[in-house]
Design a protein around this ligand. Sequence first.
Ligand code: ADQ
Length: 466
Amino acid sequence: MSRLVVVSNRVGDPRKPAAGGLAVALGDALAQSGGLWFGWSGKIVEGGAPGEGELHEQRSGAVKLATIDLSRADHDAYYTGYSNQALWPALHYRLDLADFGAGYFAGYQRVNRLFARKLATLLRPDDVIWVHDYHLIPLAAELRALGCRQRIGFFLHIPLPPPPILAAIPGHEWLMRSFFAYDLVGLQTRVDTDHFARFVQEEANATALGGGEFEAYGRRVVARAFPIGIDVDEFRRLAGSAESRETEAMLRDQYSKRRLLVGVDRLDYSKGLPRRFRAFRELLDSYPENRRSATLIQIASPTRETVHAYEDLRHELEGVAGEINGHYGELDWMPIRYMHRVWARRRLPALYCLARVALVTPLRDGMNLVAKEYVAMQDEADPGVLVLSRFAGAAEQMREALLVNPYDIPATAQAIQRALQMPLDERRARHAALLAQTRAQDVHWWRRSFLDALAAIEPRTRDAAA
Ligand code: ADQ
């Protein structure tokens, strides 16, 4: 069995229960193969030399964790800059928010080169390497330049927009060429895969060889959709934790006379939070029977706070929530409970369990795992209803949710009302289909499908010339 090497910007410790979905998904596969997980340590060295960083190695059971520090200059250009101020907005269709600042691109290249240099010293010839997300698109090209011949796969967790948007990214030719150093490129949805196919054919004159394989720049790559999932049972087990039980008791006590709606997101402009709040206001306005009853609990945990767009969003959201609560609130009822703070993963199941409706209404999302977690936590005999944006990757699989266009605020309000009024039979039928889907294509299915597809690619097809 080949050793699995996972590379991602941040490294999770698979043995820690709070580690999160990716660590849960990859933990078993890493442990079975005595694998290696490589990435940034999370430490920023003030005044450190650009392109340099100390490597730390530690063990977590059978898994080796190798992490590297970043200098302040590298962190700001590679992570805050190019990854989160250029690629994140552009790949979420928000060119208006993208900042292709001077020095960002060079920093991105420099850190990818640094990762490759350090990682190459740890690799064995028959390793299988799996690189994750937009921070590391050029990593395989840098590894190939150092002579690495191992199988390398890449998975993009966020959307890939259509060709006209991709073509607006300065240096997009270089970025696209970088994908061809991989053997397999995994995307979240068929729509993303279609965008990839069109882009490489239109912009790089790639030849489609069938089965998702493309040839360009003298190399071949396979691009396919691998929609990521969750581990349903692992998530349900979290409900037994002390934190979850405590949260559930508190919610039952506080909200027994209310109908709870829930939103759980990182505070990010892609998640459509101001529009979600406006749709909720529209609900209270158009369907007054929900006043003194419907309560929206919105958790929006802080992220990337040094980026201006996030600060603007926070102010906007606080303004909208305050306005709605000021206008509709009563002494004994506040329409919106908005919490801008970090929430422990272990406390989420209780919130999902008690909510009659989940509002998952991003303007654009790679997948959105909150939608799947909500479905996993419903009581099958009396389940709640998922209101899901058609622009979340999850909408491709979760057809039995109430799909909405989050830009259409009255229609979203109408869908929320329908969710609140939905008869038990319909709720059960929709939920049963959603749960079966969430179980069938869970995170282990995702990992196996990707790694099987990577293993099935014949080495001779990598270089078109070979
Ligand atoms: P995210 O943008 O972080 O991830 P999402 O899939 O919604 O989006 O959440 C990932 C995990 O974070 C889930 O387990 C969720 O419970 C947790 N989470 C989100 N908000 C939280 C909060 N406020 N408090 C505590 N936990 C929270 C990126 C892409 C997504 C894609 C995932 C996985 O943007 O589109 O689904 O990667 O590929």
